[in-house]
Ligand binder design. Sequence first.
Ligand SMILES: [Zn+2]
Ligand SMILES: [Zn+2]
Ligand SMILES: [Zn+2]
Length: 391
Amino acid sequence: MAASIGQEQMVEISFENIKKGKSLIAKQNFEEGDVLFEERPLVSSQFLWNEFYKYKACEYCLRSLETAENQSRRLTENEALTLPYPECDETNPSQYTACPQCQVTYCCQDCQNRGWEEYHQTLCMGSSREDENHPLNKLQDMWRNLHFPPETCSIMLIAKMVAQVKQSKNKSDMLEKFSRFVKTTVNEEEALVHKMMGDKFQEPLEMLRQQMTEILFDDSVQHWFTPEGFQSLFALVGRNGQGIGSSSISTWVKKCEKLDLSEEKKEELDEFIDRLYEELEKVSGAFLDCEGSGLYLLQSTCNHSCQPNAEITFPYNNNIMSVVAKEGIPSGQEICIGYLSECDLSRSRHSRQKILKENYLFICECPKCLSEADDPDLTSEEDEEDMEEDQ
Ligand SMILES: [Zn+2]
Ligand SMILES: [Zn+2]
Ligand SMILES: [Zn+2]
């Protein structure tokens, strides 16, 4: 596994670019396809509706726990479905463990131990996990009613941050880590929280703050529990949170692609997989993965470019991120990722800048945007629709 998460020596955080604040610089030459670094999140959490709809993930690392076949059956609503080449399924149910108090599940003993040491001692609901009146269940219920799919965050990510400081042997060290993420001004904070929770966010935000205070208040993090501090915490997560997706099906597919098969068998398998995805999309739409988000210290220092030289991948069916070179990157060059989806990256400069401004609060000055600076402000139908929405 990606245990050597100490590959930071291959890249380096620079504070020299005054305008951008931080940037991440390559410290050696990389070729296309090279792994620049791998990283575990400081904290991560599955989305609450995703969990509610029975996407089963390890509580600690977000590994998808259903077998590829069971996941396919659930998402196609076809109990009779069987997958060929079961040896390509990487799930290992015999390793799964559960918290003895609350029965929440983990992919292995190591994840259970880490979760317990980092935050679960504080957040374990014991025998009350199914009790809807438990304050933590009430908090989650409140959040689900404020934040419908497609989800971008979970209140449990914030609860875990608080619990993590609370349980930490070195609280100031842990707080210092969280303070390294990109900060925003009060005006920007409001824009971010607005984006996460809709127009009338002040009242629900206050409700969440009170509920959270009742459950988790701790002197070491009292500054997170004031109205201003609580809003900043949301903005931190809104600005820096990275989406995570895991799927036993896609891990199975990736392994199938590596099988050494005859042309005929290969074609047969490709057809099967195409049909499977058609069926999955027909029944479950875009909701195929275990989904959540997390905070990654090193990755959060990567700036955006509309023509990024690196991309984020999750190759291990869990929350371990691998940042991969999309082209050759010489030593000394800045490493940039795309904050936008592939689809949005292909849109006009006007559209890209509008999305970046709304979600990340900056005007993009990447080489691509600068080279297109003289383009007219409207170029595609999507853009015209955007304009109509604005009016
Ligand atoms: Zn795990
Ligand atoms: Zn527990
Ligand atoms: Zn740009």
